[in-house]
Design a protein around this ligand. Structure first.
Ligand code: SAH
Ligand code: SF4
Ligand code: F3S
Length: 438
């Protein structure tokens, strides 16, 4: 009997990991694995991990601990660790957790088939290289996903070296994928019924083509020309890489959605400098003005770190002031977590209770702004791309142009339809709407 082997993948961290998990599933699919959503049924468990904060990284070890009884019961079960913890900790993972058969970094997963062969032969496998070949060139072409919205990684790695961040170490140097490969992948997605593409990169707006003048704005316009592609988004961007052409695209490219995630981390110039962010609060605010001039209804979101080493009450108040000045649709805020190997980890941390208190205050303000943004949508007409049936019968749910979750009363609605709706009510995390057109 041959039959299929079952693969369970758990994905932690950012959208780049979501994209990578899909690519790994396809690579292993070519080896006879089909996805299962139950770890208990699996012949192989793969954890695609995140190293960004200590808690995220430690979670991997507790999840591995929980796999011990399963491995004891099924000695043939293969356990793999991929992603940024794999890259950062390498062989240490197998020392700490001997049940792990395979450790693969984010730039080496096209080599999974060879690694599996080694595991089948009873060896342990470890690959955390940054190989010279392009992993994307070595992945199977088929994409298994058929949802109306898809991720497409256009850029990987980061050269910014913010003082707190592990990404330049775990993902390596900034690399832009070539135009022809990206256009082929985007056309392939469109042919499969994808209507919305979210371009991904740790520093996605640093993407550039090999000819002068080809930045992310250019790529977005090219992709907007593909038949079937109605919506384009991109994430995550660094303020210093928002060039004029990309800002202009927000005004003149109809497929580019009115939503931008533009992390600022802090509103204090002193802290921004210590973080090595290479811009001031004022420069960020001027940039926001230019973006809003191009697209007045754009929803802006951000990331913040509180309790960065040396942050005083005055610094924190500057962050609160910046948040008030911008008015975000949503934002993530994190308590600073010291990461091994980063420059900031050498500095004296802010007392945890002070950091907790600041985080609390910042989150309260951000929640208030999020609610105001949701409420400002009531009465407006927007587009919604249906992603799944809604919770109630006769409803469809999907994302608005501004990336709000919307439940639409539409008994005849179908997944993949892009419709016009009028927003009728706002709840804290979603909007209600009625369909007014197609
Ligand atoms: N490339 C993106 C985001 C990278 S990680 C950017 O430049 O903004 C996502 C977010 O995690 C960051 O924006 C930051 O807010 C947060 N983060 C990164 N390192 C962190 C750390 N050591 N402690 C707490 N939060 C961190
Ligand atoms: Fe990390 Fe900074 Fe690079 Fe973002 S820009 S990935 S925060 S080093
Ligand atoms: Fe985490 Fe790596 Fe993404 S550290 S946030 S999974 S790039």
């Amino acid at each position: 009997m041959t039959g299929h082997k079952r693969l369970f993948i758990k994905t932690y961290g950012c959208q780049m990991n979501v994209y990578d998990s899909e690519r790994m599933a396809e690579t292993l699919g070519a080896q006879g694995y089909v996805l299962t959503d139950k770890a208990d049924d699996a012949d192989m468990v793969l954890l695609n991990t995140c190293h960004i904060r200590e808690k995220a990284a430690e979670k991997v070890y507790s999840d591995l601990g929980r796999l011990k009884p399963l491995k004891a019961e099924k000695p043939d079960l293969k356990i793999g660790v991929a992603g940024c913890v794999a890259q950062a900790e390498g062989a240490e993972i197998q020392r700490r957790m001997p049940l792990v058969d395979l450790v693969v970094g984010p730039q080496a997963y096209h080599r999974l088939p060879e690694m599996l062969a080694r595991v089948d032969a009873g060896e342990k496998a470890l690959d955390t290289d940054f190989p010279p070949e392009d992993k994307f060139e070595h992945l199977p072409k088929l994409r298994t996903r058929s949802a109306p919205s898809a991720f497409l990684t256009v850029q990987e790695g980061c050269d910014k070296f913010c003082a707190f961040c592990v990404v330049p170490y775990t993902r390596g140097a900034e690399v832009s994928r070539p135009v022809d490969r990206l256009m082929t992948e985007a056309r392939d997605l469109a042919a499969r019924g994808v209507r919305e593409i979210t371009l991904l990169g740790q520093n996605v707006n640093a993407w550039h083509g090999d000819a002068a003048g080809r930045g992310l704005g250019w790529l977005i316009r090219e992709m907007a020309g593909i038949e079937g592609i109605a919506r384009i988004r991109y994430t995550t961007s660094h303020p210093n890489d928002m060039d004029d052409d990309l800002i202009a695209a927000h005004g003149d490219c109809a497929a580019l959605m009115p939503y931008l995630h533009l992390p600022v981390q802090s509103g204090s110039d002193r802290i921004l400098k210590a973080m090595n962010r290479k811009h001031t609060a004022e420069q960020y605010l001027r940039l926001i003005e230019r973006i809003r001039a191009a697209r007045p209804d754009i929803v802006l979101t951000s990331d913040f770190i509180v309790g960065f080493p040396g942050e005083t009450d005055t610094d924190f108040e500057a962050t609160m002031d910046l948040v008030r000045a911008v008015g975000y649709g949503m934002a993530y805020s994190f308590k600073y977590s010291a990461r091994p190997g980063t420059p900031a980890a050498e500095k004296t941390p802010v007392a945890p209770e002070i950091a907790d208190d600041r985080l609390h205050r910042l989150q309260a303000l951000l929640t208030e702004q999020q609610r105001a943004c949701q409420e400002s949508m009531v009465g407006r007409e927007v587009g919604v791309l249906y992603e799944k049936p809604g919770r109630l019968p006769g409803q469809m749910s999907g994302k608005s142009d501004h990336l709000h979750a919307v439940h639409v009363d539409d008994p005849d609605g179908k997944v993949g339809e892009l419709v016009r709706v009028r927003i009728t009510a706002a709840a804290p995390n979603s909007l209600a709407a009625v369909r007014i057109g197609s």
